[in-house]
Design a protein around this ligand. Structure first.
Ligand SMILES: Cc1ncc(COP(=O)(O)O)c(C=O)c1O
Length: 359
């Protein structure tokens, strides 16, 4: 499903960072944060150990805790919801749009209470949430957190990239992501200068330059080697996005005439980052078996939506129906799309899909 990129410049960046013996708290992490923030048109990026930790940090930065409610889509990776529970607040699950599969504004509006403190907009599969969500949050004095774990390089209709839109944005550098770091990694990003200094402190026990702790934090820092690799990957990101978009365009052309699936729709005037290419399948199991028989891997995202996961067995919404989420979650089949794919591999996937859907 994915193959991370690894080249001589990344190898040299890793080795020279190790040779420097400056393995933590050094110039690489600082530079990676600054460079990625500039790319996202944000004020500051703070590298950390994972996307999950970045989400936890975002909520802490916004002082969200017990008694607070945070609106989250249920159709997402579980970390989007569990970060809310981990700070003692309550995740309130909302539905997604039938066309673009991101947080649905009407569902958000219906779920709002006086305790709603934030919305986490997940740029699902690399597609940015609707800009209207940003405006809605601003109008209601509710914080907007971008879960941009899957959306490095996506661009909203406003022209602002993922990471530069929300109060705080969170990225993951897990190896399958559009940008990776040779291990686990994540980044918190903010466009708010009032949050920047605290963001850096949070990953370092809430300490200031004099090692005085001002708030609860922990050691969530990214190591220098991974930051050095991430900096090289960042230089390649735009080229990789061109490749991802090219493959998606080929898929779109090849799959549009096929019946039994609906290819993904791109929100008008936005740039999709194509972390995943998911089709909405009438018979997901049949499609997956037919692909498997031809040696093509696939996944279903996310077969069990968050509110139906066992960790939320006692959540008041565990048995509640979220109409769109429940109707599509088990039908979204991801097929291989990654920037390292060769033209031959792309063609093999197209042929396998054509065979699978013609039988
Ligand atoms: C939407 C979403 N949010 C959060 C995360 C968590 O990132 P990480 O695996 O780096 O903790 C992921 C990663 O898979 C994700 O896809």
């Amino acid at each position: 499903m994915a193959r991370p990129s690894w080249d001589d410049e990344m190898r040299m960046a890793a080795i020279s960072t190790l040779d420097s013996l400056h393995w933590v708290k050094g110039p690489q992490g600082k530079a990676f944060g600054a460079e990625f923030a500039a790319y996202c048109q944000a004020v500051q990026g703070t590298p950390c150990q994972s996307g999950s930790v970045a989400l936890w940090g975002a909520l802490r930065l916004l002082d969200i805790g017990p008694g607070d409610e945070v609106l989250v889509p249920s159709l997402t990776y579980i970390a989007t919801a569990t970060c809310v529970s981990l700070v003692g607040a309550t995740p309130v699950f909302v539905d997604v749009e039938p066309d673009h599969w991101c947080v649905d504004l009407a569902s958000v509006e219906a779920a709002r209470t006086p305790n709603t403190r934030a919305v986490i907009g997940v740029h699902l599969f690399g597609q940015m949430c609707d800009d209207a969500l940003v405006a809605w949050c601003a109008d209601h004095g509710i914080a907007y957190i971008e879960d941009a774990a899957q959306a490095h390089g996506a661009v909203a209709a406003s022209g602002i990239p993922a990471g530069g839109v929300g109060d705080v944005a969170c990225f993951s550098f897990f190896p399958s992501k559009n940008l990776a770091v040779g291990g686990e990694g994540g980044m918190m990003m903010t466009r708010r200068s009032d949050l920047a200094a605290r963001m850096d402190a949070l990953v370092n026990h809430g300490r200031d330059a004099r090692l005085e702790s001002h708030e609860l934090g922990s050691n969530l820092r990214m190591s220098e080697v991974t930051a050095a690799i991430g900096r090289v990957q960042l230089k390649r990101l735009d080229d990789w996005l061109v490749r991802r978009r090219g493959i998606a365009a080929r898929y779109e052309q090849a799959f549009s005439p096929l019946s039994g699936i609906r290819p993904p729709l791109v929100r008008p005037n936005t740039e999709h980052a194509w972390h995943q290419y998911c089709v909405l399948a009438d018979d997901p199991e049949g499609l997956r078996q037919a692909l498997d028989a031809q040696g093509i891997d696939s996944r279903v995202y996310y077969a069990t939506p968050c509110h139906r996961q066992q960790v939320y067995a006692s959540h008041p919404q565990h048995h509640q129906t979220l109409p769109v989420t429940d109707a599509i979650a088990h039908r979204l089949v991801a097929i291989p799309l990654f920037h390292e794919m060769t033209d031959g591999e792309v063609q093999r996937v197209i042929e396998a899909m054509t065979v699978a859907l013609s039988s």
